[in-house]
Design a protein around this ligand. Structure first.
Ligand SMILES: Cc1cc2nc3c(=O)[nH]c(=O)nc-3n(C[C@H](O)[C@H](O)[C@H](O)COP(=O)(O)O)c2cc1C
Length: 348
């Protein structure tokens, strides 16, 4: 019995298989209005045609200033909703479910005049990773601005629900604002948002949950460890995640790193390098998890699921390489696949 093509259900979210398309920024909004265009439509619908159980749309900002670049998607205005609706309804026609990753880049916002963060500590970033050869000097958010940002997360979640998304993922990983607040190396505030490193995350979780239907699960992406020198380890992320779970997170999507400052420790560069983190989250928190990171070998993906290291596996670069990755992986693992009838003479 293979697991990759078995259904998965949590609350009202029913998936036809265990395969998730990981969120991937496309930096393709031409008019700087945060609205998805035909590129996004084709990109996401192709992966639905390709048999993916759950598609998670790329990092989508809750404010214009919270974008990494001005070419990023946004959900800060009701006028943005219809373009998302169009993608969601087409994806549904192919039997896939779709979520959206909502986020604020914080100090990693590259095009903001002055980025904001929990503190004024500046990330360095590898020069080749940004257009500007580094990150800008951020400004610490005031308490009033923190409260406003929490409201902006809530408004974006309300718009995502209105657009018809099946789930929402909070981007709490990769050195963006939610991660910045929970990181002792980045958050040096003296007020309650610094003395309690989970406070901002908890308030964001509660606020988005307040506008999500009761049976819609909330996913949170989290960096299980940091690679910055002196950064946090698993014990810290599990401690914070326990509180996030109590606040309302239903699934953790377990990644690592992204602080925007190179450290001596480096992420693994081998299949399944983040599986131990997913397993630790699943065991310790007794909650469904999505594993991610070089799982594009279908047998490695299947092993991750069958060994119960994770409930779902996410694939990013593998899906750029092959929009039909899910159908091909199911075929390889189970020797049986049902493609759209139009493709049945090619994928069998
Ligand atoms: C082009 C590209 C864009 C990405 N954008 C995002 C993003 O918007 N949000 C996010 O959480 N991770 C992002 N990631 C990270 C992926 O979701 C994933 O965690 C990472 O690539 C490891 O998975 P893989 O080995 O299957 O590629 C991006 C990765 C790539 C390659």
């Amino acid at each position: 019995m293979k697991t990759i093509n078995t259904p998965f259900k949590i609350k009202g979210l029913q998936l036809k298989n265990r395969i998730v398309m990981a969120p991937m920024c496309q930096y393709s909004v031409e008019k700087e209005d945060g609205i998805p265009n035909d590129w996004h439509f084709v990109h996401y619908v192709s992966r639905a045609v390709g048999g993916t159980g759950l598609i998670i749309m790329e990092m989508t900002s809750v404010t214009p200033e919270g974008r990494i670049t001005n070419q990023d998607l946004g959900l800060w205005d009701d006028s943005q909703i219809p373009a998302y609706k169009r993608i969601v309804s087409e994806v549904h026609k192919h039997g896939s479910k779709i979520g959206i990753q909502i986020a604020h880049a914080g100090r990693k916002a590259e095009d903001a005049i002055q980025p904001v963060g929990p503190s004024d500590l500046q990330g360095e970033a590898l020069a080749e990773e940004t257009k500007y050869g580094g990150l800008k000097q951020p400004r610490a958010l005031t308490i009033q601005e923190i409260k406003q940002t929490i409201e902006q997360f809530k408004d974006a979640a309300r718009r995502a629900v209105e657009a018809g998304f099946d789930t929402i993922e909070l981007h709490g990983a990769h050195g963006y604002l939610l991660h910045q607040f929970m990181s002792p190396s980045i958050n040096n505030r003296n007020d309650e948002y610094g003395t309690d490193l989970s406070k901002f995350g908890i308030e964001v979780i509660r606020s988005v949950k307040s506008v999500m239907p009761e049976d819609m699960p909330l996913i949170m992406r989290i960096s299980a460890i940091e690679y910055i020198d002196g950064g946090y380890g698993l014990e810290h992320s599990l401690h914070i995640a326990e509180k996030y779970k109590l606040a309302g997170v239903d699934i953790f999507h377990v990644s690592s790193g992204g602080e925007g400052v190179p450290g001596t420790l480096k992420p693994g560069n081998y299949p399944g390098y983040q599986i131990p983190f997913a397993r630790a989250f699943k065991e310790k928190l007794e909650i469904p998890v999505i594993a991610v990171g070089m799982l594009d070998n279908p047998q490695v993906a299947e092993a991750t699921l069958s060994n119960k290291d994770a409930d779902l596996i996410a694939v990013a670069r593998g899906m750029l390489n092959d929009p039909y990755w899910s159908l091909h992986a199911i075929r390889e693992v189970t020797r049986k696949v049902t493609p759209p009838f139009q493709y049945s003479r090619g994928i069998r």
